[in-house]
Structure formats: C-alpha cells, structure tokens
Design a protein around this ligand. Structure first.
Ligand code: 13P
Length: 249
C-alpha cells in the first residue's frame, strides 16, 4: 500500500519572513498521519522553513537543483548543499523550468541521478501541453519523458522516487484534469515504470497529480487507484492546503 504524498510547490512566492509566518500558521493544523507532507519552498526560505517545521513531520523540499557537485555554475545550488541543510525532496523538471529555463529530459535525468546519489527524493515532473492532448499524443509524450528521466536509475533508487504528472494546461488555470483523465495518465506512468523495472517496483513508486488541485477536488483525484497524492501550487499557499492534506475527512 503506497502512502500518499502531498507536496506544496510555493513557486516564486513569499519572502523568507512571510514563508516562516505561513509555515508557523499551518504546521500544527497539518495532519501527517495519513500522508507525507512536503513544503517545496524558494531556496532562500529553505533554512528558515526547516527551522519553523522542526519537530513536526512536515518535510521540506527544494524546487530545483544543479546536477553537478560544485563548480563554476553561478547562481546554482547542488544536491549536496540541499541535503546538508536537511532538505529531503527536490522538484525536478517542473514544466515552468522546462518552458522558461530550457530544461530538457536529459537534464532532468542527470538531476534525478544526482539527487538520489545525495539521498534526496526527486519529485520528477512530466505532463503534456494542451496541443499535445488535442493531438492525442499525451500518453506517448509522457511515457517518453518518464523513460528518459529514469535512464540509468536502479530499481532500488527508482522505488524511492516520486513522479508528478502535471498536465500543463491544468497548471494555474483553474482547469483541473478530471479524475479519469488524471488516472489514465498516472496509470500509464506506472505502466511504463513496470516495463522499465518490474510490476513490483512500479507499484512502490508514488505518482502524484498536479494542476489546479484544491480543497474541493482533492478527494476525488487522490482516491483514484494510481494517484498517490498531489503537487499543489496556488492552493498550497492558502489555508485550504490543510483541507487538501486531509482530503478524506
Ligand atoms: P497549481 O496548483 O497552481 O495549478 O500549480 C500546479 C503546479 O504547477 C504544482 O507544481
């Protein structure tokens, strides 16, 4: 039985002081009994938010990392730096990074390998554009993203990963995929993972849905057989995040 994982992706929002204040406001209301809960915060807020949630079961994640250990990469942050702070998760290959910062499937693969080598859990993002959905190539496209992301990753490491299926047309648009649409692609993600590894390994990898998740639609989405929680953007910055985490009750 896979444990649900619900992650808030704060994107480029909140100053460190605002981040601490928000984390302090929600930390005692978030129920971590039934799901793993992760706050993926801007890099400058990682240390203060880690301190704010210390002593709770809320984990902290970064939104990006570099795939090299160190070197002349101005502005970048390595996996080792994140791990040394106490960060446990890192979002990799978010569609916004692919779109605005030219991230490629190959780069996503390198980052995932490095994250795992440093003991971080990569949350590997995939998802199609509206045009691709209309062309009927969603499943083919997402399968390819997943295949490349997992190149050279061992079965033991793959089992630790989280995949986030985020249809780009549903991100920040208020247009959520239906539970059936989301389930269809999350099931296809699990299927390709079963082809790469084994049914057992695929069954242990958690697959999230992301894209306009809110307090009203979380239960229907997260109760689908292949959806193991969500990667939540806008609603993770609202008190509503608490309802999303306790979607079943
Ligand atoms: P929204 O929940 O704001 O649509 O964002 C989804 C997302 O991109 C999470 O990574």
């Amino acid at each position: 039985m896979r444990r649900k994982i619900i992650a808030g992706n704060w994107k480029m929002n909140l100053t460190p002081a605002e981040a601490v204040s928000f984390a302090n406001g929600i930390k005692n209301k978030i129920n971590t009994d039934t799901a793993d809960v992760v706050l993926c915060v801007p890099a400058v807020s990682l240390a203060p938010v880690l301190e704010a949630v210390a002593g709770t079961h809320i984990a902290v994640g970064a939104q990006n990392m570099h795939f090299e250990d160190s070197g002349a990469y101005t502005g970048e942050i390595s996996a080792k730096m994140l791990a040394s702070l106490g960060v446990r998760y890192v979002v990799i290959g978010h569609s916004e990074r692919r779109e605005y910062f030219a991230e490629t499937d190959e780069g996503v693969n390198k980052k995932a390998l490095k994250a795992l080598a440093e003991g971080l859990v990569p949350i590997i993002c995939c998802g199609e554009t509206l045009t691709q959905r209309e062309q009927g190539i969603t499943i083919d496209f997402v399968r390819q993203q997943v295949r490349i992301a997992f190149l050279e990753i061992s079965a033991a490491d793959a089992a630790k990963c989280v995949v986030a299926y985020e249809p780009i047309w549903a991100i920040g648009t208020g247009k959520t995929a239906t539970a059936q649409q989301a389930e269809e692609v999350c099931a296809a993600v699990r299927q390709v993972l079963a082809e790469i590894y084994s049914a057992d390994t695929a069954a242990s990898i958690r697959v999230q849905y992301g894209g306009s998740v809110n307090g009203g639609n979380a239960a229907e989405l997260f109760n689908m057989p292949n959806i193991d929680g969500g990667l939540v953007g806008g609603a993770s910055l609202k008190p509503e995040f608490e309802q999303i985490v306790k979607y079943n009750g």
